[in-house]
Design a protein around this ligand. Structure first.
Ligand code: ATP
Ligand code: MG
Length: 406
């Protein structure tokens, strides 16, 4: 049987509160996401919006940890409060509920506390300060080991007097950001490393849906390397919703570059063709307004400022690089936090590592690179067309516990 100590969850959101007339768009998007995520837990919740909060009331049993895990994947939620619904709304009822609430939730009650009542329902017969005092007194009577500290309490007992009465003391940190669906879509260049999944997460966290493209180089890269990218997209989709993953066979383009262009320029030229194909896919994708990569300044030769300048020039489309100022360790920490690190760390080969030169240029000159690319003139159009028309699209959905239930 699931744990049902709390009958409901209040979700707090921050930034969307200040969006003026657009506010309802953000709130509706968030409410929709909350419903989707709770549905994935397999439990039955009634979701509603009440005065700048989202209230999720359980209509039966649920797994507490599971629900919290899911709520921690919703962009836009800054705080998750497991709440008890007080059915007897009289002051006596609230006092009784508070004593029970503390008794059930805190084994060791040697702490300082403060009662914080908010009276949204102005018809309530007592003021919020009176309720604070009454409830505080009841708690001190019941648990003499507790002490009041109005300035810096260890435990805040929040009471909200609305049409219904809610009580909560814990606020679990949410992921923040903005709700999905409020900022269109971006196309993530997703490889198997640590960086690009984190980059996709960072952009999506601002309310952006994601699609992704992976450049595959069989037989130089294995089926396992491709599966690794699919697995990464699967982890990401728990936050970002369904991802359409485009798998592009890049082998022939790579071979042509390898045969015809100077080897110290291979990586940069390859990256330029990736950008061009990504741009093509992005333009064909509804509501897609940007490309996303995992680059950060100076991390490798192809990510010096001059290399990025040269890569960027190939695409006529905004390229977002949310990790641009991150150190590698920051990126790995973030990958651990979001759950992609365990997959990224697997050692499968990457198309870039196979064709990489011993001494790649770190300061590619755009004119020289463009000149080298002319050596591909007689084959590249056909190869690009072939790569694009061979696009294999995998739709990656996250269903949580619903997967097993089907
Ligand atoms: P990552 O950790 O994301 O693999 P990286 O440090 O290996 O990045 P590069 O190989 O220079 O960096 O690639 C830079 C960026 O280009 C990646 O973050 C990714 O967005 C994109 N990219 C590189 N290789 C591929 C690929 N095979 N398919 C799709 N995107 C790629
Ligand atoms: Mg890589």
């Amino acid at each position: 049987m699931g744990e049902t100590r709390y009958q409901a969850f209040l979700l707090k959101y921050a930034e969307i509160g200040v969006k003026g007339k657009n506010r309802h768009i953000f709130e509706e998007a968030l409410e929709k996401q909350v419903k989707i995520h709770l549905w994935r837990t397999g439990a039955d919740f009634e979701v509603s919006r009440i005065n700048g909060r989202i209230y999720c009331e359980a209509r039966g049993d649920y797994e507490y940890e599971n629900v919290i895990d899911e709520l921690k994947k919703i962009f836009g939620v800054v705080g998750i409060c497991p709440v008890t619904h007080v059915t007897d709304k009289s002051v006596e009822g609230i006092k009784e509920a508070a004593v029970k609430f503390i008794g059930e939730n805190y084994e060791d009650r040697n702490f300082t506390f403060k009662v914080d009542t908010r009276r949204a329902n102005k018809t309530y017969p007592k003021t919020s300060m009176e309720v604070d005092a009454d409830v505080g007194e009841a708690l001190l009577d019941a648990y003499p080991e507790m002490k009041v500290d109005v300035h810096n309490p260890e435990v805040w007992l929040h009471i909200e007097l609305r049409e219904q009465v809610f009580m909560y003391s814990k606020v679990i940190k949410g992921v923040g950001g903005l709700p999905l669906g409020t900022n269109g879509k971006a196309l993530l260049l997703l490889s198997g490393g640590f960086d690009s999944p984190v980059a996709g997460y960072m952009v999506s966290r601002r309310g952006v849906y994601l699609d992704a493209v992976y450049f595959n180089a069989p037989p130089y890269t294995s089926e396992r390397a491709k599966q690794k990218v699919i697995d990464l997209a699967q982890v990401l989709s728990a936050y970002t919703g369904t991802i359409r993953l485009h798998i592009i066979n890049f082998t022939e383009i790579q071979m042509a570059i390898y045969e015809k262009c100077p080897h110290d320029e291979l990586t940069i030229i390859m990256r330029r063709y990736m950008m061009r194909i990504a741009e093509h896919i992005a333009r064909e994708t509804k509501d897609c307004f940007g490309l996303v990569t995992g680059e950060s300044i100076g991390q490798v030769a192809s990510q010096t400022l001059k290399s990025l300048f040269t890569t960027d020039e190939a695409a006529n489309f905004p390229v977002y690089r949310p990790l641009i100022g991150f150190d590698k360790q920051d990126i790995i920490d973030k990958a651990e936090e979001i759950g992609t690190a365990d997959i990224s760390i697997l050692p499968y080969e990457d198309c870039c590592t196979i064709f990489v030169a011993k001494h790649p240029v770190t300061k590619p000159n755009l004119n020289i690179i463009k000149n080298s690319e002319t050596r591909l003139d007689d084959v590249i159009d056909e190869l690009m067309e072939k790569a694009i028309s061979g696009d294999e699209v995998v739709e990656i959905k996250h269903r949580g516990n619903q997967e097993e239930k089907r």
